[in-house]
Design a protein around this ligand. Sequence first.
Ligand code: TRP
Ligand code: ZN
Length: 472
Amino acid sequence: MALAAALLGALLLSAAPAPGVPAASSFPIGDRIYPMLGQAGLDVRHYDLDLTVARPGTLELRGEVTLTLAATRPLAAVALDYLGPAVQEVRWNGAAQAFTLDRAAGKLRVVPPAPLRPSETARLSVRYAGLAVQTPDLSLLTGWQAVPGAGGVGGANYSLSEPVGTRGFMPVNDHPSDPATFTVRITVPAGYTAAASGLETGVVSGPAGHTFTFEQAVPIPAYALAIHINRFVRVDSAPVPVGVGGAAVVRRDYFPAGLPPRVAESVRAPYRRTGEMLEVLAGWFGPFPFAAHGSAIVESPVPALETATLNTMPVRSSSERVLVHETAHQWFGDRVVLADWSDVWLSEGFATYAELLWAQAQGQDGGEVAAGWYARLQGRPTRPLAATSAEELFDQTAYLRGALALHALRTEVGDVAFRGWLRSYVAVFSGQPASTAGLLALTRRELGVRAEATLRLWAESLTLPPLSAPPS
Ligand code: TRP
Ligand code: ZN
């Protein structure tokens, strides 16, 4: 019976849309930048992901993921974002389930035996194997990364998935407004270390090598899931008591074992300051939202990414400035999540502003940092903070104008009120989709209409507002 259903699934895979699975039976979330992403009404609570990487440094993988699904409206069909390797089997609450793989739309669709109702949860399991598929985004291939080893020996893999790369290696409700918890089990050959977001809960040896298990118990967006495989040296550091309620935040960094000794030493320097960064940032933003923090260092020339509890840090971006930026994203992007990709300045502007806060904590003049940003923007095209295309998402406006908006607000209301406002924003929007509109409303409540008007000017003006508001 299960075999018959699996065969049926395999047949449907290569066939036109299955009878009973109309393509329009599900509706995406309606993101302004990525209108096809996600499913409206679907709330993924948890991803339980088993990954086997038998040949590190290649795109080969085997996966089995079980999603715990909830619904905010009755769902007759479930459509996950998926572009990855061939699907071998789908199960719904443990029973074999027919499916269609719509490659053109990037969707894996199932029609469960009965609609999923808001009072229920269901378990949807997907087993797949083959080559991960990367998504071209600006100048990058996002998603599952393969770094071949020198001379064909060894090699590394990691995920680098912002904004829409996750679907290339696992089925996912791929929108930041639906954060979820994760259990990740990664099986790698002996000699390799695997790392992922959250706390390591065990390592066991088996015939295929070692299986490393991680629990990410606080919800995160899928693009922020860290997964790393390499020959690593793991460095543990003293926990810092900056977590919720003063909880100790576990600290570990992973350095590639194969770095030449000179490089290895210079790469490590900024990471020695992670604990201080957590203290400085928690002083402004409130408690660190996760149980652990650190970085995994990669040997490719990619941008750094704020993967939750474990920044993904290229060797050549291993600076204090980049490290404090990615660490600030743990609050802004990973814990306070985006309602819509067009508001990505809420992640990038806040993370960039943390660079100024860190510089000030080192005795630098914050006004000079802000003036430097302003000079970089002046005479160049700018735009309102809400992005209108994928090309705009990670531009200078999102980073620098976004950060300057915060500086303008701080200059107007003073440090004490600014700190209170930052903490309220984090407290109100932790685990909740944040938007510019939501932030403006919170600003009015917390700081009054004049502060709201200042932030609105920076958010909406077609031109670059003056650096400091004229004194009133
Ligand atoms: N969010 C990253 C930062 O901290 C930038 C970024 C966007 C990125 N998309 C990416 C990095 C994809 C790596 C891969 O600024
Ligand atoms: Zn950033």
